[in-house]
Design a protein around this ligand. Structure first.
Ligand code: SF4
Ligand code: SF4
Length: 177
């Protein structure tokens, strides 16, 4: 089958109009407002209530809020949480905590950011933060340990203030808190 091609006109043979047309498109895009996000230096502003990575938090007195009840470990659908309870009594930063976690790991490769751990936690000790971009060079790096989770979680305003009640009760009963 022979394809019949239209003959080029004089202007088409010059190629100048086609080059000019291409340059016009290039200039139009060059002068447009930049729409490319400079990721990762610039990141999306996520909406309130966004469910990102789960981290442990401390109260405003710097105490670990988790009491290693293991409810989050039990409820986590992909079994991403591993807790080793309890921590030694009087561990640094433990304060009056009777049963702080000795180890608390979350495998971020398994986590599906469902928020069940946050929902179930009786101590408001774990929250899904806004981090959505978690990277690591190895699988091991993606298992966040207690220290890392607490560092990333930071301080959360503790509305329960149970430590103060405990200290008050201890003082009232003449027992050292
Ligand atoms: S957000 Fe869901 S999957 Fe992730 S650690 Fe919590 S319960 Fe498990
Ligand atoms: S984070 Fe909350 S639910 Fe999980 S072990 Fe600690 S206190 Fe229990």
């Amino acid at each position: 089958m022979i394809v019949k091609r239209d003959k080029l006109t004089f202007w088409e043979k010059l190629y100048v109009p086609a080059i000019w047309g291409g340059l016009k498109v290039t200039m139009r895009h060059a002068l447009r407002k930049n729409v490319t996000m400079q990721y990762p230096e610039v990141k999306w502003a996520v909406p309130p209530g966004y469910r990102g990575a789960p981290y442990l938090v401390k109260n405003q007195e710097g105490r670990t809020k988790c009491v290693s009840c293991q409810l989050c470990e039990f409820v986590c659908p992909p079994k991403a949480i591993r807790i080793t309870p309890p921590g030694p009594q009087g561990a640094p930063g433990a304060g009056n905590v009777e049963k702080g976690p000795q180890a608390f790991d979350i495998n971020m490769l398994r986590c599906i950011f469902c928020g069940y751990c946050q929902e179930v936690c009786p101590e408001e000790a774990i929250f899904l933060m806004k981090d959505y971009s978690l990277t690591g060079l190895t699988r091991g790096e993606m298992v966040f340990d207690k220290e890392k989770l607490l560092k990333l979680g930071g301080v959360h305003d503790d509305r329960i203030q149970k430590w103060e009640h405990k200290a008050e009760e201890a003082a009232h009963q003449g027992v050292a808190p």
